[in-house]
Design a binder for this molecule. Structure first.
Ligand code: AP5
Ligand code: MG
Length: 223
């Protein structure tokens, strides 16, 4: 099964992706995670995208197309994938359709998660991410825990940089930047969803409620 998960920043794409990859046995490909890994490792890719991501703007279509084409050609994704954070522009959506047509693949479901802006700001301002396992959680409930450790994998330190805490808040999770990312989503990413809808089944999913409630809505459309 090939799935695309879309929606505004902070709506819960990463959270739901982890549940879907577990239940459907597909490989999670998050373009945001790949770029952040590049930044952490100090690679050339990371140096190119750092300022753009911190400002909440989009990385160039050329670079993203190349990155996804390369990832989709790898062996581990041949039995199914879930793309999270790609496509993000009309050009990327069109490019993905062309890429899949060329290799005889299709998308079984495009999931578009939805939530109001105020809920998104609230979720992102409280988000913590684990440098070790990449899971995300909310700061509420963890603030008083010392030393902080990942509630999912138990890591206390960044495995690549001992001494640095495993849990961190993303640089683009500041209120001004979150609102800018929401604007970028409305202007540049919604047209990508419309382009995919011309070719594949698209499902709008209510992103409000507990992660389990949202997950049940997704499970009901994926079957
Ligand atoms: P990316 O990493 O894709 O970020 P994003 O789309 O902005 O979305 P987020 O990861 O912030 O949110 P999410 O929807 O995954 O929510 P999460 O599950 O974490 O992209 C980052 C940047 O990379 C872009 O701005 C751009 O610069 C660049 N980039 C990436 N791909 C690109 C592309 N294709 N083209 C160009 N540039 C690209 O949840 C958020 C919080 O809410 C967490 O704390 C979570 O615990 C909580 N939460 C989740 N679900 C619920 C719920 N149901 N109820 C309450 N809380 C919840
Ligand atoms: Mg995410």
């Amino acid at each position: 099964m090939n799935i695309v998960i879309m929606g505004p920043p902070g709506v819960g794409k990463g959270t739901q992706s982890h549940a879907v990859t577990d239940s459907k046995g597909v490989v999670h490909i998050s373009t945001g995670d790949i770029l952040r890994m590049g930044i952490r490792s100090g690679s050339e890719l990371g140096r190119k995208v750092y300022d753009i991501m911190t400002a909440g703007d989009l990385v160039s279509d050329d670079l993203m197309m190349e990155l996804v084409k390369d990832r989709l050609s790898q062996d581990d994704v041949k039995d199914g994938w879930l793309l999270d954070g790609f496509p993000r522009t009309y050009v990327q959506a069109d490019g993905l359709i062309g890429m899949l047509d060329e290799i005889g693949q299709k998308i079984d479901a495009v999931l578009v998660l939805q939530a109001p802006a105020e809920e998104i700001v609230r979720r992102l301002e409280g988000r913590i991410t684990c440098r070790s396992c990449n899971e995300v959680a909310n700061l509420t409930g963890f603030a008083a825990v010392q030393p902080r450790f990942c509630p999912f994998c138990g890591a206390k330190e960044d495995p690549k940089r001992p001494g640095k805490p495993a849990l961190y808040q993303r640089a683009d999770d500041k209120e001004d930047t979150i609102r800018h990312r929401l604007e970028v989503f409305r202007k540049r990413t919604l047209p990508a969803a419309w382009r995919l809808e011309e070719r594949y089944p698209l499902y709008e999913i209510d992103g409000l409620g507990t992660p389990e409630e949202v997950g049940a809505r997704i499970a009901s459309v994926l079957g």
